[in-house]
Design a protein around this ligand. Structure first.
Ligand SMILES: [Zn+2]
Ligand SMILES: [Zn+2]
Length: 268
């Protein structure tokens, strides 16, 4: 299994996953053209991607989905409420939140998250004996989220804002309330707490995602995650990468089955 975070942030989210012979996108908030360019950087032909899974209907997650579906015949997977917001996908498959489904040998579990969208989900992707979890756009970590993240070998987790920076930034009071509410976005501290809670020696890659450009910095997000990782040193021996996603360029391709070279790669 390998994956590439092609874009992550408040403006556009898109992740490529390849496992068991399947090529899948999770969300596409990038324009069709931008998605094609970033895939080309990794020598991935979009025509070889069969499916795009949609977490929720906000435009930073679905903007490019109709284009890619029409241009390459990708099947759009979403729950019923979310699918209503995706305009004219060429092929569609409706799933039920909480119910597993498969694409070839790749098993997928969409699980409910607390966010201000019609029926938002995170995804557990299982294949080749590995488990990747993608969970962004959540106001709080519920027990359900914890249970789905537990045992992940790779985790793409929202680390949206620094609470102090959010309060001090130029957003309106309403927007600050929305972001910090239980149906808004996850702050660095809550992301860190979840990482500490679920850390285990076979969690290889952590990508902090959906960082706000106005109320967070990669340095703050990484510092916070590292603070929590320091609390569980005995369980973090397998960690190979701790990266922050961004909207300007894709991250390197991360492999789940490559031999461990030692050390932790961190960006900022
Ligand atoms: Zn959202
Ligand atoms: Zn979003």
């Amino acid at each position: 299994m390998r994956f590439v975070v092609l874009s992550s942030g408040s403006k556009a989210n898109c992740t490529f996953v390849e496992a068991a012979g399947q090529r899948i996108l999770i969300d596409c908030g990038l324009s069709g053209k931008k998605a094609e360019e970033r895939l080309a950087d990794h020598k991935i032909d979009p025509a070889t991607i069969t499916s795009v899974l949609v977490t929720h209907e906000h435009s930073d997650h679905i903007h490019g989905v109709p284009t890619l579906s029409r241009r390459y015949g990708m099947t759009v997977y979403a729950n019923e409420a979310t699918m209503e917001h995706v305009s004219k996908p060429k092929r569609r498959e409706v799933f039920t939140t909480g119910c597993d489904f498969s694409i070839g040998e790749v098993d997928i579990t969409p699980f409910s998250i607390a966010h201000d969208a019609v029926d938002p989900v995170g995804f557990v992707v299982r294949a080749e004996g590995f488990k990747l979890v993608v969970v962004t756009d959540l106001g709080r970590v519920t027990t359900l989220v914890q249970e789905h993240v537990r045992g992940a070998n790779a985790l793409i987790l929202e680390s949206n804002h620094d609470q102090e920076m959010l309060q001090g930034c130029s957003y309106t009071w309403d927007l600050k309330q929305r972001i910090s509410s239980t149906h808004g976005h996850l702050c660095n501290e809550s992301a860190g707490q979840l990482i500490e809670d679920v850390m285990h020696p076979e969690l290889f890659h952590i990508v902090l995602g959906h960082l706000s450009e106005n109320s967070n910095t990669p340095v703050l997000a990484l510092e916070c995650a590292n603070r929590y990782l320091d609390k569980c040193r005995e369980r973090r021996s397998g960690l190979r990468t701790l990266l922050c996603g961004n909207v300007y360029e894709s991250l390197p391709c991360l492999y789940l089955d490559e031999p461990y070279q030692g050390g932790v790669v961190i960006n900022a």
